[in-house]
Design a protein around this ligand. Structure first.
Ligand code: KE4
Length: 425
Protein backbone atom coordinates (compact mmCIF):
# COMPACT_ATOMS: atom_id res chain seq x y z
CA UNK A 1 0.00 0.00 0.00
CA UNK A 2 1.09 3.57 -0.76
CA UNK A 3 0.82 6.17 2.02
CA UNK A 4 2.31 9.13 0.09
CA UNK A 5 -0.56 11.54 0.77
CA UNK A 6 -0.75 10.59 4.46
CA UNK A 7 3.00 11.10 4.81
CA UNK A 8 2.81 14.54 3.22
CA UNK A 9 -0.17 15.49 5.38
CA UNK A 10 1.61 14.23 8.49
CA UNK A 11 4.64 16.41 7.71
CA UNK A 12 2.37 19.45 7.36
CA UNK A 13 0.38 18.61 10.49
CA UNK A 14 3.50 18.32 12.64
CA UNK A 15 4.34 21.95 11.89
CA UNK A 16 1.20 23.27 13.56
CA UNK A 17 -0.13 20.48 15.81
CA UNK A 18 2.08 18.90 18.51
CA UNK A 19 3.12 15.50 17.12
CA UNK A 20 0.77 16.13 14.20
CA UNK A 21 -2.19 14.76 16.13
CA UNK A 22 -4.89 15.92 18.50
CA UNK A 23 -4.64 12.79 20.60
CA UNK A 24 -1.32 10.98 21.16
CA UNK A 25 -2.35 7.39 20.42
CA UNK A 26 -3.12 8.40 16.81
CA UNK A 27 0.57 9.16 16.16
CA UNK A 28 1.53 5.45 15.84
CA UNK A 29 4.30 5.97 18.46
CA UNK A 30 3.57 2.49 19.81
CA UNK A 31 4.11 0.79 16.46
CA UNK A 32 6.29 3.19 14.45
CA UNK A 33 5.61 4.40 10.96
CA UNK A 34 3.41 7.19 9.65
CA UNK A 35 -0.18 7.52 10.80
CA UNK A 36 -2.75 7.19 8.02
CA UNK A 37 -5.01 10.17 7.43
CA UNK A 38 -8.59 9.07 6.91
CA UNK A 39 -10.62 10.90 4.29
CA UNK A 40 -13.99 9.21 4.77
CA UNK A 41 -15.70 6.17 6.22
CA UNK A 42 -18.89 4.19 5.71
CA UNK A 43 -20.12 1.14 7.59
CA UNK A 44 -17.15 -1.03 8.54
CA UNK A 45 -14.74 0.63 6.10
CA UNK A 46 -12.27 3.49 6.20
CA UNK A 47 -10.78 5.18 3.12
CA UNK A 48 -7.52 7.06 3.60
CA UNK A 49 -6.20 10.06 1.69
CA UNK A 50 -4.31 7.75 -0.68
CA UNK A 51 -7.51 5.91 -1.55
CA UNK A 52 -6.58 2.81 0.45
CA UNK A 53 -9.56 1.01 2.02
CA UNK A 54 -9.44 -0.66 5.42
CA UNK A 55 -11.71 -2.87 7.49
CA UNK A 56 -11.95 -0.87 10.72
CA UNK A 57 -11.54 -2.55 14.11
CA UNK A 58 -11.06 0.71 16.04
CA UNK A 59 -14.30 2.48 15.06
CA UNK A 60 -13.16 5.80 16.50
CA UNK A 61 -12.15 3.96 19.73
CA UNK A 62 -15.63 2.60 20.27
CA UNK A 63 -18.43 4.97 19.17
CA UNK A 64 -19.16 3.47 15.74
CA UNK A 65 -20.88 0.34 17.07
CA UNK A 66 -23.38 0.50 14.19
CA UNK A 67 -20.85 1.52 11.56
CA UNK A 68 -19.51 4.79 10.21
CA UNK A 69 -21.92 7.39 8.77
CA UNK A 70 -24.88 5.53 10.24
CA UNK A 71 -27.83 7.01 8.30
CA UNK A 72 -30.23 7.85 11.17
CA UNK A 73 -27.43 9.70 13.01
CA UNK A 74 -26.28 11.52 9.87
CA UNK A 75 -29.81 12.62 8.98
CA UNK A 76 -30.62 13.71 12.53
CA UNK A 77 -27.48 15.84 12.74
CA UNK A 78 -28.14 17.45 9.33
CA UNK A 79 -31.71 18.34 10.27
CA UNK A 80 -30.70 19.63 13.71
CA UNK A 81 -27.91 21.79 12.24
CA UNK A 82 -30.44 23.67 10.09
CA UNK A 83 -32.19 24.82 13.30
CA UNK A 84 -29.04 26.10 14.99
CA UNK A 85 -26.10 24.28 16.54
CA UNK A 86 -25.96 25.52 20.14
CA UNK A 87 -28.04 27.78 22.36
CA UNK A 88 -26.57 27.44 25.84
CA UNK A 89 -30.09 26.89 27.14
CA UNK A 90 -31.98 23.76 28.18
CA UNK A 91 -33.58 21.96 25.24
CA UNK A 92 -36.30 19.29 25.12
CA UNK A 93 -33.98 16.82 23.37
CA UNK A 94 -31.65 16.71 26.40
CA UNK A 95 -34.53 15.47 28.52
CA UNK A 96 -35.49 12.90 25.88
CA UNK A 97 -32.01 11.37 25.66
CA UNK A 98 -31.65 11.53 29.45
CA UNK A 99 -34.95 9.66 29.91
CA UNK A 100 -33.90 7.09 27.30
CA UNK A 101 -30.46 6.53 28.88
CA UNK A 102 -32.01 6.19 32.35
CA UNK A 103 -34.50 3.66 30.97
CA UNK A 104 -31.71 1.58 29.38
CA UNK A 105 -29.17 1.54 32.23
CA UNK A 106 -29.99 -0.11 35.56
CA UNK A 107 -29.61 1.61 38.91
CA UNK A 108 -29.45 5.25 37.75
CA UNK A 109 -32.12 7.92 38.30
CA UNK A 110 -30.37 10.97 36.83
CA UNK A 111 -27.66 11.73 34.29
CA UNK A 112 -25.54 14.82 33.53
CA UNK A 113 -24.13 15.25 30.01
CA UNK A 114 -20.64 16.59 29.35
CA UNK A 115 -18.34 16.63 26.29
CA UNK A 116 -15.90 13.75 26.82
CA UNK A 117 -15.14 10.69 28.86
CA UNK A 118 -12.44 12.67 30.64
CA UNK A 119 -14.98 15.23 31.80
CA UNK A 120 -17.37 12.48 32.87
CA UNK A 121 -14.79 10.69 35.04
CA UNK A 122 -13.27 13.92 36.39
CA UNK A 123 -16.73 15.10 37.44
CA UNK A 124 -17.63 11.70 38.91
CA UNK A 125 -14.73 11.70 41.34
CA UNK A 126 -15.42 15.31 42.34
CA UNK A 127 -19.03 14.30 43.02
CA UNK A 128 -17.87 11.25 45.02
CA UNK A 129 -15.47 13.40 47.07
CA UNK A 130 -18.19 15.99 47.68
CA UNK A 131 -20.75 13.36 48.62
CA UNK A 132 -18.49 11.40 51.02
CA UNK A 133 -16.44 14.40 52.23
CA UNK A 134 -13.31 12.29 51.71
CA UNK A 135 -10.29 13.10 49.55
CA UNK A 136 -8.67 9.87 48.39
CA UNK A 137 -9.60 7.65 45.44
CA UNK A 138 -8.38 4.26 44.30
CA UNK A 139 -7.73 3.56 40.64
CA UNK A 140 -6.11 0.52 39.03
CA UNK A 141 -2.78 0.37 37.23
CA UNK A 142 -3.44 0.05 33.51
CA UNK A 143 -6.89 1.58 33.70
CA UNK A 144 -7.42 4.92 31.97
CA UNK A 145 -10.14 7.37 32.89
CA UNK A 146 -9.12 10.32 30.72
CA UNK A 147 -6.39 12.86 31.26
CA UNK A 148 -7.52 14.83 34.32
CA UNK A 149 -4.75 15.20 36.91
CA UNK A 150 -6.09 12.74 39.47
CA UNK A 151 -5.81 9.91 36.96
CA UNK A 152 -2.33 10.60 35.53
CA UNK A 153 -0.74 8.80 38.45
CA UNK A 154 1.70 5.90 38.64
CA UNK A 155 2.16 3.52 41.54
CA UNK A 156 4.27 4.94 44.36
CA UNK A 157 7.60 3.30 45.18
CA UNK A 158 7.76 0.23 47.41
CA UNK A 159 5.49 0.32 50.43
CA UNK A 160 4.10 3.80 49.84
CA UNK A 161 0.39 3.40 49.21
CA UNK A 162 -0.11 6.74 47.47
CA UNK A 163 0.66 7.48 43.86
CA UNK A 164 3.20 9.66 42.12
CA UNK A 165 2.56 11.86 39.06
CA UNK A 166 3.10 10.04 35.76
CA UNK A 167 3.02 13.25 33.77
CA UNK A 168 4.84 16.54 34.26
CA UNK A 169 2.34 19.16 35.29
CA UNK A 170 0.57 16.87 37.76
CA UNK A 171 1.43 17.96 41.30
CA UNK A 172 2.46 15.85 44.26
CA UNK A 173 -0.49 17.43 46.06
CA UNK A 174 -2.84 15.84 43.56
CA UNK A 175 -0.96 12.54 43.36
CA UNK A 176 -1.08 11.92 47.11
CA UNK A 177 -4.85 11.50 46.95
CA UNK A 178 -4.77 8.81 44.28
CA UNK A 179 -4.00 5.26 45.40
CA UNK A 180 -3.01 2.60 42.87
CA UNK A 181 -4.24 -0.99 43.01
CA UNK A 182 -3.58 -4.02 40.82
CA UNK A 183 -6.48 -5.04 38.56
CA UNK A 184 -8.04 -8.41 39.49
CA UNK A 185 -6.51 -8.21 42.99
CA UNK A 186 -9.24 -7.55 45.57
CA UNK A 187 -6.86 -8.19 48.51
CA UNK A 188 -4.73 -5.29 47.32
CA UNK A 189 -7.83 -3.04 47.47
CA UNK A 190 -8.62 -4.27 50.99
CA UNK A 191 -5.06 -3.44 52.07
CA UNK A 192 -5.40 0.10 50.71
CA UNK A 193 -8.67 0.63 52.61
CA UNK A 194 -6.98 -0.72 55.77
CA UNK A 195 -4.07 1.68 55.35
CA UNK A 196 -6.34 4.66 54.64
CA UNK A 197 -9.28 4.08 56.98
CA UNK A 198 -12.12 6.55 56.53
CA UNK A 199 -10.19 8.54 53.90
CA UNK A 200 -11.23 6.89 50.61
CA UNK A 201 -14.12 8.52 48.76
CA UNK A 202 -14.35 6.08 45.87
CA UNK A 203 -12.91 3.28 43.81
CA UNK A 204 -13.02 3.98 40.07
CA UNK A 205 -12.67 1.01 37.74
CA UNK A 206 -13.12 -0.02 34.13
CA UNK A 207 -15.44 -3.03 34.72
CA UNK A 208 -13.84 -4.55 31.63
CA UNK A 209 -10.46 -2.93 31.19
CA UNK A 210 -9.71 -1.78 27.65
CA UNK A 211 -6.69 0.47 28.12
CA UNK A 212 -4.11 -2.22 28.78
CA UNK A 213 -5.59 -4.21 25.96
CA UNK A 214 -8.85 -6.01 26.77
CA UNK A 215 -8.61 -7.40 30.32
CA UNK A 216 -11.88 -8.78 31.70
CA UNK A 217 -12.46 -9.05 35.45
CA UNK A 218 -11.76 -12.48 37.00
CA UNK A 219 -14.80 -14.23 38.48
CA UNK A 220 -15.75 -12.59 41.77
CA UNK A 221 -13.42 -9.61 41.42
CA UNK A 222 -16.05 -6.93 40.77
CA UNK A 223 -18.32 -8.45 43.43
CA UNK A 224 -15.45 -8.20 45.94
CA UNK A 225 -14.79 -4.56 45.05
CA UNK A 226 -18.50 -3.80 45.42
CA UNK A 227 -18.52 -5.37 48.89
CA UNK A 228 -15.33 -3.59 50.02
CA UNK A 229 -16.76 -0.22 48.95
CA UNK A 230 -20.05 -0.92 50.76
CA UNK A 231 -18.24 -2.01 53.95
CA UNK A 232 -16.16 1.18 53.90
CA UNK A 233 -18.94 3.60 52.90
CA UNK A 234 -16.97 4.45 49.76
CA UNK A 235 -18.58 4.86 46.33
CA UNK A 236 -17.97 2.43 43.49
CA UNK A 237 -17.57 4.26 40.18
CA UNK A 238 -17.89 2.18 37.00
CA UNK A 239 -16.05 3.91 34.18
CA UNK A 240 -18.22 2.63 31.32
CA UNK A 241 -16.88 5.01 28.70
CA UNK A 242 -15.90 1.91 26.68
CA UNK A 243 -18.37 -0.70 27.99
CA UNK A 244 -21.47 1.50 28.25
CA UNK A 245 -24.09 0.64 25.61
CA UNK A 246 -21.43 -1.63 24.02
CA UNK A 247 -21.43 -4.78 26.17
CA UNK A 248 -25.21 -4.61 26.55
CA UNK A 249 -28.00 -2.06 26.51
CA UNK A 250 -27.41 -1.67 30.27
CA UNK A 251 -23.62 -1.93 29.99
CA UNK A 252 -21.38 -3.76 32.43
CA UNK A 253 -23.77 -3.30 35.35
CA UNK A 254 -26.29 -5.40 33.43
CA UNK A 255 -23.71 -7.94 32.22
CA UNK A 256 -22.24 -8.58 35.67
CA UNK A 257 -25.35 -7.83 37.75
CA UNK A 258 -23.41 -5.39 39.92
CA UNK A 259 -24.72 -2.02 41.11
CA UNK A 260 -22.21 0.81 40.84
CA UNK A 261 -22.88 4.06 42.71
CA UNK A 262 -21.83 6.32 39.82
CA UNK A 263 -21.51 5.29 36.15
CA UNK A 264 -19.50 7.22 33.55
CA UNK A 265 -20.22 7.14 29.82
CA UNK A 266 -18.64 8.32 26.57
CA UNK A 267 -18.02 7.07 23.03
CA UNK A 268 -21.21 5.17 22.00
CA UNK A 269 -23.51 7.55 23.92
CA UNK A 270 -22.51 10.35 21.54
CA UNK A 271 -22.92 8.41 18.30
CA UNK A 272 -19.59 9.83 17.12
CA UNK A 273 -20.07 13.38 18.37
CA UNK A 274 -18.43 14.72 21.56
CA UNK A 275 -20.56 13.41 24.43
CA UNK A 276 -19.68 12.11 27.87
CA UNK A 277 -22.02 11.63 30.81
CA UNK A 278 -22.13 10.52 34.41
CA UNK A 279 -25.13 9.10 36.21
CA UNK A 280 -26.22 7.88 39.62
CA UNK A 281 -29.21 7.47 41.90
CA UNK A 282 -30.95 10.76 42.79
CA UNK A 283 -29.57 10.88 46.33
CA UNK A 284 -26.05 11.27 44.92
CA UNK A 285 -26.85 13.46 41.89
CA UNK A 286 -28.72 15.90 44.17
CA UNK A 287 -25.28 17.08 45.35
CA UNK A 288 -24.51 18.52 41.91
CA UNK A 289 -24.87 22.24 41.09
CA UNK A 290 -27.27 23.94 40.77
CA UNK A 291 -29.09 21.59 43.21
CA UNK A 292 -26.17 21.02 45.52
CA UNK A 293 -22.68 22.37 46.27
CA UNK A 294 -20.57 20.16 43.94
CA UNK A 295 -19.76 22.39 40.97
CA UNK A 296 -19.63 21.10 37.40
CA UNK A 297 -20.44 22.94 34.15
CA UNK A 298 -19.85 23.11 30.37
CA UNK A 299 -20.67 25.57 27.59
CA UNK A 300 -21.44 22.87 25.04
CA UNK A 301 -22.71 20.20 27.41
CA UNK A 302 -25.93 18.74 25.98
CA UNK A 303 -25.58 20.72 22.75
CA UNK A 304 -28.25 19.98 20.13
CA UNK A 305 -26.02 18.31 17.53
CA UNK A 306 -24.35 15.91 19.96
CA UNK A 307 -27.67 15.11 21.58
CA UNK A 308 -29.24 14.45 18.17
CA UNK A 309 -26.45 11.99 17.31
CA UNK A 310 -26.50 10.31 20.71
CA UNK A 311 -30.27 10.04 20.82
CA UNK A 312 -30.45 8.30 17.43
CA UNK A 313 -27.66 5.93 18.47
CA UNK A 314 -29.31 4.99 21.78
CA UNK A 315 -32.72 4.65 20.13
CA UNK A 316 -31.29 2.27 17.52
CA UNK A 317 -29.62 0.14 20.21
CA UNK A 318 -32.66 0.22 22.45
CA UNK A 319 -34.97 -0.87 19.62
CA UNK A 320 -32.73 -3.69 18.40
CA UNK A 321 -31.31 -5.59 21.40
CA UNK A 322 -30.44 -8.40 18.97
CA UNK A 323 -27.48 -6.21 17.96
CA UNK A 324 -25.65 -7.44 21.06
CA UNK A 325 -26.20 -11.08 20.10
CA UNK A 326 -24.92 -10.35 16.60
CA UNK A 327 -21.86 -8.55 18.00
CA UNK A 328 -21.19 -11.42 20.42
CA UNK A 329 -21.40 -13.98 17.60
CA UNK A 330 -19.24 -11.95 15.20
CA UNK A 331 -16.55 -11.32 17.79
CA UNK A 332 -16.56 -14.96 18.93
CA UNK A 333 -16.17 -15.96 15.26
CA UNK A 334 -13.24 -13.57 14.91
CA UNK A 335 -11.67 -14.87 18.14
CA UNK A 336 -11.87 -18.46 16.88
CA UNK A 337 -10.36 -17.44 13.56
CA UNK A 338 -7.50 -15.52 15.20
CA UNK A 339 -6.63 -18.52 17.38
CA UNK A 340 -6.60 -20.86 14.38
CA UNK A 341 -4.58 -18.40 12.27
CA UNK A 342 -1.84 -17.79 14.89
CA UNK A 343 -1.65 -21.28 16.41
CA UNK A 344 1.88 -22.66 16.46
CA UNK A 345 3.37 -19.47 14.92
CA UNK A 346 4.01 -17.17 17.88
CA UNK A 347 3.29 -17.07 21.62
CA UNK A 348 -0.07 -15.31 21.96
CA UNK A 349 -3.21 -15.09 24.03
CA UNK A 350 -6.59 -13.58 23.16
CA UNK A 351 -8.79 -11.77 25.69
CA UNK A 352 -12.39 -11.01 24.87
CA UNK A 353 -15.60 -9.91 26.44
CA UNK A 354 -18.50 -9.20 24.09
CA UNK A 355 -17.29 -7.05 21.19
CA UNK A 356 -14.10 -5.97 22.97
CA UNK A 357 -11.13 -8.14 22.02
CA UNK A 358 -7.32 -7.98 22.11
CA UNK A 359 -4.47 -10.15 20.84
CA UNK A 360 -1.49 -10.23 23.24
CA UNK A 361 1.80 -11.65 22.00
CA UNK A 362 2.57 -13.15 25.38
CA UNK A 363 3.06 -16.75 26.49
CA UNK A 364 1.01 -16.40 29.68
CA UNK A 365 -2.49 -15.17 30.48
CA UNK A 366 -2.96 -11.40 30.66
CA UNK A 367 -5.04 -10.35 33.67
CA UNK A 368 -3.48 -7.07 34.84
CA UNK A 369 -1.10 -4.28 33.78
CA UNK A 370 2.08 -6.21 34.68
CA UNK A 371 1.12 -9.19 32.53
CA UNK A 372 -0.10 -6.87 29.76
CA UNK A 373 3.30 -5.16 29.63
CA UNK A 374 4.91 -8.50 28.73
CA UNK A 375 3.00 -8.37 25.45
CA UNK A 376 4.38 -5.01 24.30
CA UNK A 377 7.00 -6.40 21.97
CA UNK A 378 8.19 -6.48 18.33
CA UNK A 379 5.65 -9.23 17.48
CA UNK A 380 2.86 -6.68 17.93
CA UNK A 381 4.52 -4.12 15.64
CA UNK A 382 4.95 -6.75 12.92
CA UNK A 383 1.35 -7.85 13.37
CA UNK A 384 0.01 -4.27 13.18
CA UNK A 385 1.90 -3.22 10.05
CA UNK A 386 1.30 -6.47 8.20
CA UNK A 387 -2.43 -6.16 8.78
CA UNK A 388 -2.41 -2.47 7.87
CA UNK A 389 -0.74 -3.28 4.56
CA UNK A 390 -3.40 -5.93 3.96
CA UNK A 391 -6.19 -3.43 4.58
CA UNK A 392 -7.03 -4.32 8.17
CA UNK A 393 -6.94 -1.42 10.65
CA UNK A 394 -6.45 -2.42 14.29
CA UNK A 395 -5.44 -0.26 17.27
CA UNK A 396 -1.82 1.00 16.86
CA UNK A 397 -0.87 -0.14 20.37
CA UNK A 398 -0.84 -3.43 22.27
CA UNK A 399 -2.40 -1.51 25.18
CA UNK A 400 -5.64 -0.91 23.29
CA UNK A 401 -8.66 -3.09 22.67
CA UNK A 402 -10.39 -3.67 19.34
CA UNK A 403 -14.01 -2.53 19.08
CA UNK A 404 -16.25 -4.38 16.61
CA UNK A 405 -19.06 -2.77 14.68
CA UNK A 406 -22.27 -4.53 13.71
CA UNK A 407 -21.65 -3.25 10.17
CA UNK A 408 -18.98 -5.99 9.80
CA UNK A 409 -20.06 -8.90 7.57
CA UNK A 410 -18.80 -12.47 7.93
CA UNK A 411 -17.01 -11.91 4.62
CA UNK A 412 -15.13 -9.02 6.29
CA UNK A 413 -14.31 -11.29 9.23
CA UNK A 414 -13.04 -14.04 6.92
CA UNK A 415 -10.90 -11.53 5.03
CA UNK A 416 -9.47 -10.34 8.38
CA UNK A 417 -8.73 -13.89 9.53
CA UNK A 418 -7.03 -14.68 6.20
CA UNK A 419 -4.88 -11.55 6.58
CA UNK A 420 -3.90 -12.62 10.11
CA UNK A 421 -2.92 -16.05 8.78
CA UNK A 422 -0.62 -14.35 6.25
CA UNK A 423 1.32 -12.32 8.84
CA UNK A 424 4.99 -13.36 8.79
CA UNK A 425 6.65 -12.88 12.18
P1 KE4 B 1 -12.16 10.81 26.31
O1 KE4 B 1 -11.85 12.00 27.16
O2 KE4 B 1 -11.01 10.40 25.42
O3 KE4 B 1 -13.48 10.96 25.53
O4 KE4 B 1 -12.45 9.56 27.26
C1 KE4 B 1 -11.47 9.20 28.20
C2 KE4 B 1 -11.67 7.75 28.59
C3 KE4 B 1 -12.24 7.46 29.81
N1 KE4 B 1 -12.45 6.18 30.20
C4 KE4 B 1 -12.10 5.14 29.39
C5 KE4 B 1 -12.36 3.74 29.86
C6 KE4 B 1 -11.52 5.39 28.13
O5 KE4 B 1 -11.17 4.34 27.33
C7 KE4 B 1 -11.30 6.71 27.71
C8 KE4 B 1 -10.67 7.05 26.38
N2 KE4 B 1 -10.18 5.93 25.64
C9 KE4 B 1 -9.11 6.18 24.68
C10 KE4 B 1 -8.73 4.82 24.08
N3 KE4 B 1 -7.83 4.13 24.89
C11 KE4 B 1 -9.50 7.18 23.65
C12 KE4 B 1 -8.51 7.32 22.51
C13 KE4 B 1 -7.63 8.52 22.68
O6 KE4 B 1 -7.13 8.78 23.80
O7 KE4 B 1 -7.43 9.20 21.64
Amino acid sequence: MEYKRSSALFAEAQKVIPGGVNSPVRAFKGVGGTPIFIKEAKGAYLTDEDGNQFIDYINSWGPMILGHAYEPVVNAVIEKTKKGTSFGTPTALETEIAELAVSMVPNIDMIRFVNSGTEACMSAIRLARGYTKRDKIIKFSGCYHGHSDSFLIAAGSGLSTFGVPNSPGVTQGTAKDTLLAQYNDADNVRELFEANKGEIAAVIIEPVAGNMGCVPPKAGFLEAIRQICTENNALLIFDEVMTGFRLAKGGAQAVFGIKADIVCFGKVIGGGLPVGAFAAREEIMAHLAPLGPVYQAGTLSGNPLAMAAGYEMLKALNNDPEVYTRLEEKTAYLEKGIKEALKGKVPFTVNRLGSMISVFFAENPVYDFETAKAADNPYFKTFFHSLLNQGIYIAPSSYETWFLTDALTYEDLDKSIEAIAKVEF
